[in-house]
Ligand binder design. Structure first.
Ligand code: IPE
Ligand code: IPE
Ligand code: MG
Length: 238
């Protein structure tokens, strides 16, 4: 990797293809999720080393509750195990963990795990690692609109005062900048209800690589592609 390369401040990843990775090997889908967890562990380290300041990963969508119960259970188990095995190390290397999404639907056990990893890593300054859990962009926007409508009804703000910043500040992601680069693995070219407001000027990178196979070399390819992009924001180049 070129040391002077333009590194995105915030990368968001739609980690897709765990199920297909497992099926290709004659394994259960849940084995694919375990392999995907290893990929995630490496990617967090690699992104932090590359100088990325925010890494957001789509780990569980609101739609994913509709999967077979055994798969949902396996994913919940993995979240708890991941917290157990990673918290201390993440705290040590200065990675702060946060979540976006509606946590109230998770079991007490999962919620306690998430609280634990957040508090253990709260002082991290190297990189913020954000897990999107029970997340959907549309429900995030609905929640934000409800909050703002309540403030208007309470007379705290006027409807015409609502601007883009106020909406951004009402989203789960209010504590971080918009993503510069959105990566999706497994060859699917869609957002699947992920960061739709925040992605307005993001660069997209799609790769056929399945998430469990996404390694350091794959991240470097994505970073190189990003560095070669010309972000114009609707303007004309000087
Ligand atoms: C992504 O892999 C992980 C989650 C959605 C939790 P998938 O489980 O969607 O894998 P495919 O897309 O079926 O291969
Ligand atoms: C998106 O992947 C959600 C996550 C990666 C957690 P899906 O596999 O659930 O999305 P679709 O079904 O391909 O749109
Ligand atoms: Mg998928």
């Amino acid at each position: 990797m070129n040391g002077k390369m333009n590194i995105p401040q915030h990368i968001a990843i739609i980690m897709d293809g765990n199920g297909r990775w497992a099926r290709q090997r004659g394994k259960e889908r849940s084995e694919g999720h375990i392999a995907g967890m290893n990929s995630l562990r490496e990617t967090v380290r690699n992104a932090a080393q590359a100088g990325v300041k925010y890494l957001t990963v789509y780990a569980f969508s609101t739609e994913n509750w509709g999967r077979p119960q055994a798969e949902v259970d396996a994913l919940m188990e993995l979240i708890c195990k991941g917290v157990e095995s990673e918290s201390a190390e993440l705290a040590k290397v200065g990675i702060k963990v946060k979540t976006i999404g509606d946590r109230s639907r998770f079991s007490e056990k999962v919620q306690a795990s998430l609280e634990k990893i957040e508090s253990l890593t709260a002082a991290g300054e190297q990189m913020t690692f954000v897990l999107a859990l029970n997340y959907s962009s549309r429900s995030e926007i609905v929640t934000a609109v409800q909050r703002l409508a309540q403030r208007v009804a309470a007379g705290e703000i006027k409807a015409e005062e609502i601007d883009e910043k106020m909406i951004s500040d009402s989203l789960y992601t209010s504590f971080m900048p918009d993503p510069d680069l959105i990566i999706r693995t497994s060859g699917e070219c869609r957002l699947s209800n992920f960061l739709m407001w925040q992605a307005s000027y993001a660069e997209f990178y799609f790769t056929p690589t399945l998430w469990p196979d996404f390694d350091k070399a794959e991240l470097e390819k994505a970073l190189e592609a990003y560095a070669a992009r010309d972000r114009r924001y609707g303007l004309v180049k000087k």
